[in-house]
Design a binder for this molecule. Structure first.
Ligand code: NCD
Length: 330
């Protein structure tokens, strides 16, 4: 169990380059833009016949997943392979942890195998920071989702999708809808959107699914979906995180869909060219109607494609940031 998040484990080296990627909170805009620009160049490459570049040849990347995942772990794996790295996939929930091995011992074992990077997903908030503090200096740590705290690569793939669809961030009105309380995606997106200069960020949810003091993050709060969606450029849906709900926070899924599900009628209240996002996995008929999820305004599958490019960008930036730190001793 991770007790508290240690924000001291810096994500940047002395030269201001990324060496871990743990959260979008407090990351400077030049780093966010560098991630987006680098990802853009990898996207161009993915449409070519040969999809591989030798940037991480000879590097070993360990996908360390303490929580089940399909799209995040597979897109990280594909991203690492497209950078020519060697990849080891470890599903810890079904391996040594269940045999009683401590996290520290697992990490030391992997270090002894000369891993260069850990991609970490963990049910506890703060796990990625904890691991970044524990490992020997030359290992880069990328947070692939920790508890309700952060999911920075998901946030950045969403930023890339918005930038490619809308051209820029200034002047946009963006709504994030649904289970804000349990969502690491919502938190990481709000931090990134604010840094990138989005004019208006709205969160739309029932009171029971809103964190206390959410206004402090610089967002406008709505409990009425029809009001909150009005004139939005981006409608960003979230999954109901039932695995993180330990009490009855919802009347029923049907009632939730009625009040907070995105259907075609409601979508008409947003701008006519609004885009609809969802990080997946989607629950059709609970958060979103199939006609909308599969409709012309949906970017759900583009988000998956963009996720590979963003993960390639972050991995290559962190490896080169680690290398510079080693040379300069930062
Ligand atoms: C998100 C996650 O795991 O936080 N999904 C993902 O990364 N594909 C959102 C979710 O599970 O609801």
């Amino acid at each position: 169990m991770i007790e508290s998040i240690d924000h001291n484990s810096s994500q940047l080296n002395q030269d201001g380059q990324l060496k871990h990627f743990l959260t979008t909170q407090d990351l400077p805009i030049n780093i966010l833009n560098e991630i987006l620009d680098t990802a853009d160049s990898f996207l161009d490459m993915s449409s070519q016949q040969v999809k591989k570049v030798p940037l991480l040849r000879g590097k070993t990347i360990v996908n360390l997943f303490f929580e089940p995942s399909t799209r995040t772990s597979s897109t990280f794996e594909l991203a690492a392979k497209r950078l020519s790295a060697d990849v080891l996939n470890l599903n810890i929930s079904t391996s040594s942890a269940s045999k009683g091995e401590s996290l520290k011992d697992t990490l030391m074992t992997l270090e002894a195998m000369h891993a260069d990077m850990f991609i970490v997903r963990h049910p506890d908030s703060g796990a990625a920071h904890f691991i970044a503090n524990q490992v020997t200096p030359n290992i880069a740590v990328i947070n692939a989702g920790d508890g309700r705290h952060a999911h920075p690569t998901q946030a950045m793939l969403d930023m890339l999708t918005i930038r490619r669809c809308k051209g820029q961030f200034e002047g946009l009105v963006i709504a994030i809808v649904g289970d804000i309380l349990h969502s690491r995606v919502a938190r990481s997106k709000i931090h990134a959107l604010r840094t990138l200069g989005v004019a208006e960020i709205r969160v739309i949810a029932p009171k029971t699914l809103l964190p206390k003091d959410i206004e402090m993050m610089g967002v406008k709060v709505y409990t009425d979906f029809n009001q909150g969606i009005k004139d939005c450029d981006v409608v960003s849906m979230l999954r109901l995180q039932k695995e993180r709900m330990n009490s009855a926070l919802l009347p029923s899924e049907a009632e939730f869909f009625n009040l907070y599900g995105l259907n075609s009628e409601r979508l008409k209240l947003a701008k006519p060219d609004a885009i609809v996002m969802h990080p997946g996995p989607i629950n059709r008929g609970v958060e979103i109607e199939s006609a909308v999820a599969d409709g012309p305004q949906s970017t759900i599958l583009q988000q998956v494609t963009n996720g590979i490019a963003v993960r390639m960008a972050v991995m290559s930036m962190a490896i080169s940031g680690q290398l510079t730190s080693r040379i300069s001793g930062s």
